[in-house]
Design a protein around this ligand. Structure first.
Ligand SMILES: *[C@@H]1O[C@H](CO)[C@@H](O)[C@H](O)[C@H]1NC(C)=O
Ligand SMILES: [Cu+2]
Length: 232
């Protein structure tokens, strides 16, 4: 009996490592999901689906050091919905942040260096004083948000960040599922997005929303990592 449970646990752990991961290869523009890795820069994990766990690594930005990808830039109107789709579902419990950075010119040659990123969307955790913690992003195939109406027109990187928190109780345990799409915002305004952060640099990995045991004791509150959302 004992060895049966041991085997079951081993198999379960294996399955959750291999089958449960995800990438974000598509955008959703005008209600249409784009083909995989066309408008999104292909990430190192396009085959393995393995997460980034080092928030200080260069790959924490767009996770594309090995693929050297190119992508096509897709137009999206300011004030309209923009979606980001996974290749399955956001299987793990956790939270989501979406960041954007404006390219000085053509986004094809923009790496996203510097303190240039602002947050446009987030899905946090829901707590109620220690009774329960739930994750609205868990199990959904993708996310959708409104491109801020006052966002200046131009070309941008849009970076998806889904943070899986199921084993985040030790440093480096949180799993980051990341990708960067390329969009051209049209019909924009004259807003000044901020606060601006550098990526990597935005996190140390010790934030209470990243280094966290979500199981026990049940967290009384949850602090979403990163700057406030800029909504224009
Ligand atoms: C909950 O709030 C306290 C007090 O502000 C803070 O110290 C703690 O880090 C928060 N916990 C989480 C998981 O965000
Ligand atoms: Cu996983």
């Amino acid at each position: 009996m004992k060895s049966f449970f041991k085997l079951a646990i081993t198999l379960g752990a294996f399955a959750s490592q291999v089958a449960a991961h995800y990438t974000f290869p598509s955008l959703v523009v005008g209600g249409v999901t784009t083909p995989q890795w066309v408008n999104v820069r292909k990430t190192n994990n396009f085959n393995t689906q393995a997460p980034v766990t080092d928030v200080t690594s260069a790959d924490f930005r767009c996770y594309d050091s090995q693929t050297d990808p190119t992508a096509q830039t897709i137009s999206v109107a300011a004030g309209s919905p923009l979606g980001i789709m996974s290749d399955g579902t956001i299987y793990h419990p956790g939270v989501v942040n979406v960041y954007m950075a404006k390219a000085p010119g053509d986004v094809d040659s923009f790496a996203g260096d510097g303190t240039v990123w602002f947050k446009v969307y987030q899905i946090s955790a829901v707590t109620n004083g220690g009774q329960s913690i739930t994750f609205p992003a868990e199990g959904v195939p993708g996310v959708s948000f409104t491109v801020p109406k006052n966002l200046p027109s131009g070309q941008y990187l849009v970076r998806m960040e889904a943070i899986a928190l199921h084993v985040a109780q030790t440093y480096g345990g949180a799993q980051f599922y990341i990708s960067c799409g390329q969009v051209e915002v049209t019909g924009g305004g004259s807003g000044t997005p901020g606060p601006l952060v550098a990526i990597p640099g935005v996190y140390t990995g010790y934030e209470p929303g990243i280094l966290i045991n979500i199981n026990y004791p049940i967290p009384k509150n949850y602090t979403q990592p990163g700057p406030a959302v800029w909504s224009g």
